[in-house]
Ligand binder design. Structure first.
Ligand SMILES: [Zn+2]
Length: 321
């Protein structure tokens, strides 16, 4: 089997619940690139990631193992259904988000990488998976929403050209988003994502940004930061600025439309295997800032979040008091 060329990966990095799904979908539509969701979770069958691959729903509405796109990918990357390989990958991928791994990563990305004890076949297989996804879509670029700075280091170690868009959002909106119990659709049943306490959610927001700034920024081939709020206020401007900064060509295709009541994105079907409920919406999707936290978040949670995130948040223009 010949090895397809490694794609360029446009990786969205930043705190979860930050709006990366809708931004990633828009960027993928603009680039004509596949939007598989969080590629970090494809060999990760834990409930948190949506369970076994075949039981997850694709963005096209089918189960993954019944989707023609993923059938082609799985045929060339059979390790996706190999329980032994998945068990090793789950261990590695847990290391890309665990709080325990953060101090070592901040000290040295290479020492952190060695601490993962990667099996010999893992990095070539990761590179191969990304290559096959791009090839089956007919693209040389993939848009990935794994969000983990440490995963960017894994991609670099796999020999991938990875360009990072750091997506930031007001920490109060992120913490509020985490606090609401959400259901991910897993086949015909739903599984709840675990909740973290408000202090842990706030510190996770800080930790992700510190790792991005100190390590991931150095690892990436190109780097740019965008705020979710700015992207949603003027998606056309933010999209073009982001893609240009990351060295991508933009076309004149107008799938972002401004109407009297705000912006809409005319989004195609995208074969995503992981992400929030917005990934299945197609046609004209309204782009509106979700600001429910302003009226629904408790004052104690607001205070704790602001107290734990303000220095970094202020750096990015979020005024918390
Ligand atoms: Zn599909």
């Amino acid at each position: 089997m010949s090895e397809p060329k490694a794609p360029v990966v446009l990786s969205l990095v930043g705190p979860g619940r930050g709006g990366s799904t809708v931004i990633g979908r828009i960027l993928a539509a603009q680039l004509g690139a596949p939007f598989p969701g969080e590629t970090r979770s494809m060999w990760d069958w834990t409930d948190f990631q949506g369970g076994p691959l075949c039981e997850r729903s694709c963005g096209c509405g089918r189960l993954i193992c019944e989707c023609p796109f993923w059938e082609q990918v799985i045929a060339e990357v059979p390790s996706l259904l190999d329980r032994q390989f998945v068990a090793e990958a789950e261990r590695i991928h847990a290391g890309t988000i665990s709080a325990m791994g953060m101090p070592l990563y901040l000290l040295s990305a290479q020492k952190w990488l060695r601490s993962l004890r990667l099996p010999p076949g893992y990095l070539p297989e990761l590179r191969r998976l990304l290559s096959v996804i791009a090839e089956k879509h007919g693209s040389s670029v993939i848009v990935d929403t794994s969000k983990s700075p440490r995963y960017v280091t894994l991609l670099r170690a796999a020999g991938v050209d990875v360009r990072v868009l750091q997506v930031l959002r007001d920490p109060r909106a992120v913490v509020y988003g985490w606090s609401r119990r959400r259901e991910v659709t897993v086949g015909k049943s739903g599984r709840a994502l675990p909740n973290l306490s408000t202090p842990m959610q706030s510190l996770t927001w800080d930790g992700t940004i510190v790792q991005s700034w100190l390590r991931c920024r150095v690892e990436a081939t190109a780097w740019h930061t965008v705020r979710y709020e700015d992207f949603m206020n003027d998606p056309d401007e933010a999209m073009r600025r982001s893609l240009t900064a990351l060295g991508f060509q933009t076309t004149a295709e107008q799938f972002l439309v401004r109407r009297e009541d705000g912006w809409y994105a005319d989004l195609p079907v995208q074969h995503s295997m992981q992400g929030n409920e917005n990934r299945v919406q197609t046609g004209e999707v309204p782009l509106r800032i979700d600001a429910r936290w302003r009226t629904e978040m408790g004052s104690r949670d607001r205070f704790v979040t602001s107290a734990l995130t303000w220095p970094l948040a202020a750096l990015y223009g979020y005024w918390l008091w």
